[in-house]
Design a protein around this ligand. Structure first.
Ligand code: GAL
Length: 436
């Protein structure tokens, strides 16, 4: 593991140089100055630079609401929104790796609960424990135990979850479905029937925007979950279920078939551009995490359950692909007390309810005010309580960065070449990165 971790860091470092020119977001109002020293002291106290990838459409509204709440409570703390554009941390993770490697951590940064945090920054010895903060705030019974486990390693807690996103959501354009007398698909068979009916009418069945390859990984992991079920899907990450199992090949075949229904210009679109096709009626369906709900509602001004509808992705009824965005306290920052103030705001009921209704996610806390959430949020809060949870690969929970980097590469090649056996072999090869 150690060896592969250093290889990944080196790759990320190279990327970070390439990306240095695009690290701040031109399309957003974020501070975006990732080069600033964390806790930079200009004589008036250190800056709280909050590092994330939440810039631009559908992403930044929740963060801005949270920062506003923090500033109202702590007007004396200097805050910098140091977000770096790019969905799922495409660019931010490389910039972060370079800063961490150079012992210049941001005061606090967005990190997915699960392997990305635990096998990544915690294992590298870069994070402070937050056990005291959880005790002080009385949080240990305020977050679901499964979630606390995702942000813990060797009995210590390392970050605070601000949300829970659901990954396995199929969004659809209600008007297209009504006009064509179609029902949202529940199974893969339903999906292909609906897709054929749409295609015969000249409508693009499935929107994809894999300019950033993670979106294709996101689609594939939902197919994997729908084909394997939660138990076997989870066993993939512990080595108890093998990538050469025929079921993995079946998932790859299904994924390949799905790709024959996507928009021709998928490789030049990002996730928002793909969701937009569904919002504007240029495509019928899109598989995306529920940050797409934030985008539909806040940016496209569409109405949940009127303009757009949702179902779980084929075969995943009762299953919940969990993605949790969390923030922690890196070692070596100048202003740990300010960071803890930030963490206590984002972990509070008030903080979670300021952030999540805008972000499209549900609160990570179990005692949030559900009246603040729309019809999608209320339904998802209820479903989360009963569902079997599965960790996302595309969003860092299931497997360490070494595996997901290789998987993204394999998927990228598969989308253009569509060679199932070669793809499954690449996944098998990548699984050597998994902790056994
Ligand atoms: C995920 C993240 C979400 C959202 C999404 C798209 O990795 O957890 O909060 O930002 O990427 O960028």
């Amino acid at each position: 593991m150690k060896k592969s971790w250093s290889v990944i860091l080196s790759i990320l470092l190279v990327f970070s140089f390439v990306l240095a020119g695009c690290s701040s977001d031109s399309s957003s109002s974020s501070g975006g100055d990732s080069g600033k020293k964390s806790g930079k002291d200009d004589g008036k106290g250190a800056t709280l630079d909050i590092f994330s990838w939440w810039t631009g459409a559908g992403e930044e509204d929740g963060l801005k609401a949270l920062i506003k709440l923090f500033k109202d409570k702590y007007p004396d703390v200097k805050v910098e929104n140091a977000a770096v554009a790019g969905g799922a941390g495409t660019n931010a993770k490389a910039v972060l790796a370079s800063r961490m490697q150079g012992n210049d951590p941001p005061a606090t940064f967005q990190v997915h609960g699960g392997a990305e945090l635990n096998e990544g920054w915690v294992a590298a010895g870069k994070m402070e424990t937050l056990d005291d903060l959880y005790d002080k705030e009385g949080w240990k019974d305020k977050f679901p135990k499964d979630l606390i486990d995702l942000v813990s390693k060797d009995g210590h807690i390392y970050s605070v979850p601000v949300n829970i996103h659901r990954g396995n959501v199929l969004w659809y354009n209600k008007k297209i479905f009504a006009d064509n007398n179609l029902e949202a698909p529940k199974t893969f068979d339903d999906f292909f029937k609906v897709a054929d009916a749409l295609k015969s009418k000249g409508i693009t069945p499935l929107a994809l925007g894999d300019k950033e390859p993670w979106t294709a990984t996101h689609l594939f992991e939902s197919v994997l979950l729908g084909t394997l079920g939660a138990d076997n899907y989870k066993k993939l990450w512990t080595g108890e279920f093998k990538f050469d199992d025929p079921k993995v090949k079946e998932a790859a075949e299904t994924f390949k078939k799905m790709l024959s229904y996507v928009n021709d210009d998928h490789s030049s679109r990002n996730w928002q551009d793909a969701s937009q096709l569904v919002g504007t009626g240029e495509a019928a369906m899109n598989v995306m995490g529920d940050w797409a709900k934030g985008y539909f509602s806040n940016d496209l001004k569409l109405k949940a359950n009127e303009d757009f509808g949702w179902v779980t992705t084929p075969g995943t009824d009762g299953l919940f692909m969990v993605i949790t965005d969390t923030f922690g306290l890196p070692k070596g920052v100048k202003n740990p007390d300010d960071v803890k103030k930030w963490l206590s705001v984002l972990g509070s009921v008030e903080g979670q309810d300021a952030f999540n209704p805008l972000k499209g996610s549900i609160p990570a806390r179990i005692d949030a005010d559900t009246s603040k959430y729309d019809v999608y949020g209320k339904q998802t809060i209820e479903e989360f309580k009963k569902a079997s949870l599965a960790p996302s690969i595309a969003h860092g929970s299931a497997a360490p960065e070494g595996f997901s980097t290789k998987m993204n590469q394999a998927i990228n090649i598969f989308v253009t070449q569509q060679k199932v056996d070669q793809f499954v072999d690449s996944l098998k090869e990548a699984s050597s990165e998994l902790k056994k």
